[in-house]
Design a protein around this ligand. Sequence first.
Ligand code: SF4
Ligand code: SF4
Ligand code: SF4
Length: 356
Amino acid sequence: MKAPEMIIADRPPDVKEIHIVWMTTGLGCDGDSVSITAASLPSIEDVVLGAIPGLPKVHVHNPVLAYEVGDDFMKHWFDAAAGKLEPFVLVLEGSVPNEKIKKEGYWAAMGTDPATGQPITTNEWIDRLAPKATAVIAAGTCATYGGIHAMEGNPTGAMGLCDYLGWDWKSKAGLPVVNVPGCPVQPDNMMETLLYLLYQVAGLAPIIPLDDQLRPTWLFGKTVHEGCDRAGYYEQADFAKEYGSPKCLVKIGCWGPVVNCNVTKRGWMDGVGGCPNVGGICIGCTMPGFPDKFMPFMDAPPGSALSTVVVGVWGGVLRGLRAITNRAVNKEPKWRHPRGELTTGYEPKFYGQNRN
Ligand code: SF4
Ligand code: SF4
Ligand code: SF4
């Protein structure tokens, strides 16, 4: 797929308030909503309490985080669908089931349609809200690519938001869906992207840079391996044979060398954590092919057998040579002693004089 073209959205007139309508009504576990409560760059509290310079007042309508219930909470959704909540950013969490293949009942819904007395399905909410939203974010791998619920053999026909709306879909402001994958999303990745779009909706930021999978380029441009604390072990062909080892985990199931994710650089909370850094194999949870293409999780990735043999040849030699050098630089120079003689090699110079 081609990367989205650069689009400059018109600066909206004097935006004083922005709403975030966060749907958790996809097939999901609410893990992405829980995840953002751990964010600090920025925190959700900073965003809603007005601590971010230049940002208009922000209102978040998320069923997991809201204290309003029932009609009081649903009012914002109906207002958004009626065009009375302007402007708003729509966030979808969870994958989109295919209601067209359900003969009776429904797969997922939220609220009741006053006109029919029937539940309003997730599909219908997307149909109502997406055309009214200024920007749309798919949060988590379920919403971006389908994730766990879209595994082979699933009965719901689950898919990601772009599969449902179309990969070329654009919001009324001309913005494509922004995908922030992860199972769950890394907290700061999600809040940073949300903040970028809030600034953009307020007319204070240029178009968000996205890759061909509609991910923010600065967050998903590198692999897990490129930022991993254990990459030095990989380079020297020093591979863990069991969990609990501090060495490279590639032989016990780590997919880091081919997975786009920044948690080894960014950590998970406040810079701490990030799967392989703290002993967990990378299972590719940010990727479009997750989970099917990465299973069974504990097996060595198919390409790793060859790559570790190649790395092993020169990595072993390198490790041996470095061990020799390491022993040498771990010794103090021989001229540091308390004896009554100077052995540093110092020679006084008497410029302009014949020393002999
Ligand atoms: Fe839960 Fe993961 Fe799906 Fe998010 S992406 S809803 S954390 S299963
Ligand atoms: Fe790469 Fe995984 Fe090894 Fe880290 S643990 S160096 S990501 S293969
Ligand atoms: Fe997911 Fe791998 Fe990133 Fe961990 S390192 S969050 S498993 S993609």
